[in-house]
Design a protein around this ligand. Structure first.
Ligand code: HEM
Length: 496
């Protein structure tokens, strides 16, 4: 009896393994990858932290396109610009879906979050609405004047409160995005909506982390698992839903009240409400769309400004050069873009990227490709000396050698905030470099510079956005004349 109990599962597993196309097995035509276990495939090899680093190791062994089996599903990871352009950009019509995400997409956002929508009519409508306010000409006309003034406040904040350096870029990017969506500013880094958004982002990241909820997307029967067996995951999803809507809904309400008093602004929300008789979107759909823009536009942009400070403090010889040539791809903020899913089979170099596969653009490997760049780990903006146009121009080139970076993703799902982000970054970075000398901070006790941790594993947070952990740099205004300009009355009172 005992031996029956022991051997039956072993025999079942072996049978499953011998039969073709059973869970966990890699079919012959798939891109290569590490050997698999029956049922689980490569699930046990997927780390909880810094997935992109692990993918980089696999890419060194299996090549620029490799696959992992996750239960009966397939994940295909793209690690070179060429592979990314081929699969995600040129084949965009069929590689722009999203993999299932039961907890976030269904339980938390009830199918209304644009980031998780299939590229069908509902998603197209949202992209169209985003485009109405985020297209280049509108950003230049409506947003750039706001960015001009907000970036003045950024350098003034850094000048007057250098001890809060880590918080100022977030206030800046949040204020730009809040102005775009609601016409409401974020005057200080402790403004309530900004504090709540920061909390929400942490909650979203931790609930999307591996192991935080049962892997229902891989093993759908786990949906019926009593929630107390996995850290009350359903209740936590409900709480998260309440927290997100509790932030977005009152902001929408505030704008509706403003409009009822006859005051219309050039904001995203006003533009949606103007058209809503025809669009017939529910309040919840509108709240979540607005939230999507806040989530997409805040941490991404602020992280890049902070990494600029790291880069400048550690590369003093580049500081002057960087004032003209600053570039963003040293630590791309979105580390794996956002996963895509395939709607049909796609053949590439004799391999199949199968229908239903999750496709991941591993930005880390793409940006550190030794075949494209000598010493890819070095911060060296002069690599891009000839590439003087904005990222959107190169992202549309469909040529991986012209594409200077993949930080905004590519293809149909490319970041719709690209024009706004480029201008928000450019004005902030140019002003910061114009205003400050940036050096490592010196330890008063030892007289030695305090190290800045730029190690991709220990110096940055886990999660979708590659946020740097707190670090210290010495930021000093470059001259008294510059200080006078920073605090000039017309710039200080520009919001009055
Ligand atoms: C430096 C700043 C930014 C970076 C690096 C960035 C990067 C990205 C990336 C990699 C994606 C996923 C693309 C894909 O699925 O292939 C994305 C999506 C998105 N981003 Fe951004 N982003 C930035 C700023 C912004 C801003 C300012 C906004 C809006 C105010 C925004 C709104 C969005 C939205 C709504 C999506 C979802 C697109 C979709 O699923 O169709 N982003 N972004």
């Amino acid at each position: 009896m005992t031996s029956l109990l022991i051997f039956t599962p072993v025999i079942v597993l072996l049978l499953l393994w011998v039969l073709p196309s059973l869970p966990g097995r890699r079919a012959k035509n798939l891109p290569p990858g590490p050997s698999t276990l029956p049922l689980f495939g490569n699930l046990h090899m997927i780390p909880r932290h810094r997935l992109d680093m692990k993918f980089n190791q696999f890419a060194n062994i299996y090549g620029s396109i490799f696959s992992l089996k996750v239960g009966s599903g397939t994940m295909v990871v793209l690690n070179s610009g060429k592979a990314a352009i081929e699969v995600i950009d040129k084949h965009s019509l069929h590689s722009s879906n999203r993999p299932p995400s039961y907890v976030l997409a269904q339980l938390v956002f009830r199918g209304h979050h644009p980031m998780y929508m299939a590229p069908a009519d509902r998603w197209k409508l949202r992209r169209k609405l985003y485009h109405q306010v985020l297209q280049e000409s509108v950003v230049n006309k409506i947003q750039v004047p706001i960015i001009e003034v907000e970036s003045c406040q950024l350098i003034r904040d850094i000048c007057s409160k250098p001890e809060d350096l880590m918080l100022h870029p977030g206030r800046y990017s949040n204020s730009v995005t809040m102005s775009l969506v609601f016409g409401i500013r974020t005057p200080s880094h402790d403004t309530s909506h900004y504090l709540k958004l920061r909390q929400l982002m942490k909650k979203l990241i931790s609930s999307g982390a591996i192991g935080a909820t049962p892997p229902i997307d891989i093993f759908p029967f786990l949906e019926y698992l009593p929630e107390r067996l996995w850290g009350n995951w359903k209740t936590r999803a409900q709480d998260l839903r309440g927290f997100a809507l509790g932030l977005y809904s009152p902001l929408v309400e505030q704008d509706i009240t403003r409009r009822s008093m006859g005051k219309r602004l050039d904001t995203f929300l006003d533009s949606v409400l103007d058209q809503n008789e025809k669009l017939d979107l529910s309040r919840e759909e509108i709240d979540i769309m607005c939230g999507n823009l806040l989530e997409g536009g805040t941490d991404t942009t602020s992280t890049l400004i902070l990494t600029l400070l790291q880069a400048m403090a550690l590369n003093p010889e580049m500081l002057t050069e960087a004032q003209a040539q600053i570039d963003s791809r040293w630590r791309a903020p979105a580390r794996g873009a956002f996963p895509h899913a395939m709607d049909n089979d796609y053949e590439i170099d004799g391999m199949t990227v199968p229908k239903g596969a999750t496709v991941i653009l591993n930005a880390w490997s793409v940006h550190h490709d030794p075949e494209r760049w000598e010493r890819p780990q070095d911060f060296n903006p002069s690599r891009y000396r000839e590439q003087t146009q904005l990222a959107s121009v190169y992202a549309n080139s469909r040529d991986h050698l012209k594409c200077d970076h993949f930080g905004y993703g590519i293809g149909r799902r490319i970041c719709p905030g690209i024009h706004l982000a480029e201008r928000t970054l450019w004005l902030a970075m140019a002003r910061v470099l114009w205003a400050f000398d940036i050096k490592p901070k010196v330890d008063a006790a030892t007289g030695e510079p305090i190290p800045i941790d730029i190690d991709p594993v220990t110096g940055y947070m886990d999660g979708f956005v590659n946020q740097c952990l707190p670090f210290e740099v010495d930021v000093k205004v470059r001259s008294e004349k510059r200080r006078e300009t920073i605090f000039r009355g017309d710039l200080v009172h520009a919001f009055d």
